[in-house]
Design a protein around this ligand. Structure first.
Ligand code: 9D3
Length: 257
């Protein structure tokens, strides 16, 4: 898959694409990132990339002409990669909230253009004409779109076929089945095995699998009831969750007294 990012801070995104699983995906040729800087398409002595909004008020917008030239150049550079023009995604607080379902869909595309805004954003006419989809990564205020693009790059990159090794299998991930992960424990010279649930030390792999599933269900019930409401649970899951609820409610009652 090829990603083209339009950004005033190309170094930041390039560095994000160099580390960890995504860096490895790039080395394996599964993912390609190209960056395009509107500054390189700005004119005049100062190569300005910002401008004041019509109607006045505080804050600046990205200057429309360098941005359009930059988008055109990015599009032209990858024309011929496939027949359809690559969709342009604008990372913006006004966008649809990013979910793993969207990530999965985007990860199957041969090519995507990502537009990172700075200042207060971009001219609405540019959105209307050039942008296929606006995406937000959550309800908090960032200072620009680069971190959001890095989130998308990371989430998409690790899903490329061959990016993950068996050890970090995507199938076991939290959110792949809509549930939170179970607790994990590892060896410690200083802690020994204190505080580790007995079942994990028992060697009974069927019991371990059941315990982990129960913890996933229970934690999702406690922490993310919104996810639990949408999860597909079978009869075994419901029995495990009922038992978890019972134990948890009993332990709460004991703490009350
Ligand atoms: C006057 C109101 N503006 C500043 C508080 C609104 C505003 C403009 C530009 C708020 C944030 C930004 C920059 N944010 C992004 O470019 C952005 C973003 C975000 O802030 N939160 C979550 N997802 C995203 S995706 C891009």
């Amino acid at each position: 898959m090829r990603l083209d990012a339009i950004t005033l801070f190309p170094d930041f995104l390039r560095q994000c694409a160099d580390v960890g699983v995504v860096g490895r995906a790039r080395e394996r040729g599964l993912l390609q990132l190209e960056t395009w800087n509107p500054r390189d398409y700005a004119t005049g002595k100062y190569r300005r990339v910002d401008d004041r909004p019509f109607g006045g008020g505080p804050g600046m917008l990205m200057l429309i002409d360098p941005l359009r030239a930059c988008i055109d150049a990015a599009r032209a550079a990858a024309a011929g990669v496939d027949a359809e023009p690559a969709p342009l995604i604008y990372l913006s607080p006004q966008g649809e909230r990013l979910t793993q379902a969207t990530v999965r869909r985007l990860a199957t595309m041969p090519r995507l253009l990502l537009l990172c805004g700075r200042y207060e954003g971009i001219d609405e006419r540019l959105i209307a004409r050039e942008v296929h989809k606006e995406i937000s990564i959550g309800d908090y205020v960032l200072s620009g779109g680069e971190l959001a693009a890095a989130v998308l790059l990371d989430a998409i990159g690790r899903l490329q076929e061959g990016a993950l090794n068996d050890a970090d299998s995507a199938a076991q991930d939290s959110f792949e089945d809509g549930l939170l992960d179970c607790p994990h424990y590892t060896r410690s010279d200083t802690e020994g095995t204190a505080g580790i649930p007995d079942v994990l030390l028992s060697g009974d792999h069927a019991a371990i699998r059941r315990w982990r599933r129960q913890q996933s269900l229970g934690r999702t019930w406690l922490r993310r009831p919104d996810l639990l409401a949408r999860a597909q649970l079978d009869n075994d899951d419901r029995a495990l969750l009922d038992a978890f609820r019972h134990e948890w409610l009993a332990s709460q009652a004991k703490n009350e007294s």
